[in-house]
Write a protein that binds this ligand. Structure first.
Ligand code: S3P
Length: 189
């Protein structure tokens, strides 16, 4: 998929469902690019001094979404950075169309079954999947959200390779794009 944007990429924004590997791929890509990594959820937790489940429990999902929108806007102002959004960020109408120029948006695709398997192994961190039948809930949420995730520039099946392999694929995409734009890179070739 081609982004159609002009100029070099200044940041990468990873989107996709819970358990799609946004954080692990983001960290791997950050090492390859030599750009810092910032995670929307981690920034929200650092700023509020509360965990995501505490925010959902104490103030509700709509409060969390407002924090997420504000912190997302702030992080998207940064340049030469790899960003991982939370799984619901890209779902607000028009969000992926409104990212700043120079942003490569990447959707990491995952099945409901694999998402729940991965999230379970990480512990009780995802309030939206804290239900009796998390796979059924993940299927419903994915059906609602996939049309939004599809607005990303580039899609990768997160089950097809390791986080390092996925990061290398994104790096190649950036290199090809930037070579077409005549950009040279000091780091990693
Ligand atoms: C959410 C995903 C979570 C976190 C919150 C809500 C969602 O982030 O932002 O629990 O709506 O899908 P991850 O995608 O990093 O798990």
């Amino acid at each position: 998929m081609e982004s159609g944007r002009t100029g070099p990429f200044e940041r990468v924004l990873l989107v996709g469902f819970m358990g799609s590997g946004k954080t692990s791929v983001g960290r791997a890509l950050s090492r390859l690019l030599g750009w810092p990594f910032r995670d929307f959820d981690e920034e929200i937790e650092a700023e509020t001094g509360r965990t995501i489940p505490e925010i959902f429990r104490g103030r509700g999902e709509s409060h969390f979404r407002r924090l997420e929108a504000r912190i997302g806007r702030r992080l998207l102002d940064h340049e030469r950075v790899v960003l991982a959004s939370g799984g619901g960020w890209a779902v607000a109408p028009g969000r992926l169309d409104a990212v700043p120029e120079g942003t490569l948006t990447v959707w990491l695709r995952v099945s409901a079954e694999e998402a729940v398997r991965r999230v379970r192994s990480e512990g009780p961190e995802r309030p939206l999947l804290d239900t009796e039948d998390p796979v059924a809930r993940a299927r419903e949420l994915l059906a609602e959200r996939e049309p939004s995730y599809q607005n990303a520039d580039f899609v990768l099946d997160s089950e097809s390779a390791s986080p390092d392999g996925l990061a290398r694929t994104i790096l190649k995409h950036i290199r090809v794009h930037d070579a077409e734009e005549g950009v040279s890179h000091a780091k990693n070739g």
